[in-house]
Design a protein around this ligand. Structure first.
Ligand code: ATP
Ligand code: MG
Length: 184
């Protein structure tokens, strides 16, 4: 990779951003970007790929950021320990088709594939197909992918990759369960 000699003040592009790692903060960092973008009157679309992960706190806050932030949570039938993997795949497919259409509409300045890394890790969607869609995104649209175990290919393709590293977590050391404002 060529090393840039310095900042080019005119250079702009939509970034492919990946938040991964075993530490807390991947999703909240993505939501922080959404908040920041909305403040700049940028349009943000968030597709939440995991069932039950969509917490009241962020949902209600995002309602206040409408129309700049639009969220689609996956309602039902999506866990990776279900007996019916075909159903999981069908649900993941449905979610993916929605976010793909939104991304390609060119209407959004930022599209967040929330927890997509899990979907790819558990092979609910073909990795190459998903990466192809992200790669061919509208030039100026930022794409954010979150979740543990980001794939090597996605990391390779991305412009900005951050690994959250767990040093301490209140659940691990002290058995403290999820708390309002911190986890939901
Ligand atoms: P957050 O949504 O808080 O930013 P995250 O997106 O980085 O967290 P996920 O893997 O999506 O992490 O897991 C979400 C939930 O799991 C959060 O409630 C978070 O506090 C908890 N969690 C994250 N990392 C750990 C860990 N290392 N040990 C125990 N619980 C964790
Ligand atoms: Mg998360």
């Amino acid at each position: 990779m060529r090393k840039p000699s310095g900042a080019d003040p005119k250079k702009r592009k939509g970034l492919i951003i990946v938040n991964t790692g075993d530490g807390k903060g991947k999703s909240t960092a993505a939501f922080g970007l959404a908040m920041r973008a909305a403040g700049n009157k940028m349009n943000v679309f968030i597709l939440q790929f995991m069932k039950g992960q969509w917490k009241a706190g962020e949902r209600k806050s995002f309602e206040k950021l409408a129309p700049y932030v639009e969220v689609v949570p996956m309602g039902d039938g999506f866990t990776w320990d279900t007996e019916n993997i075909e159903q999981d795949k069908a649900t993941a497919r449905k979610a993916f088709e929605i976010v793909k259409e939104k991304l390609n509409s060119g209407k959004y300045n930022m599209v967040i594939f929330e927890e997509i890394n899990y979907v790819l890790h558990y092979k609910f969607l073909p990795e190459d197909e998903v990466l192809e869609v992200i790669k061919n995104k509208p030039e100026m649209t930022h794409v954010v992918c979150t979740g543990r175990n980001a794939s090597e290919k996605l990391i390779e393709m991305a412009d900005l990759v951050t690994e959250m590293k767990m040093i301490k977590h209140p659940f691990k050391e002290q058995g403290i369960p999820a708390q309002k404002g911190i986890e939901f």
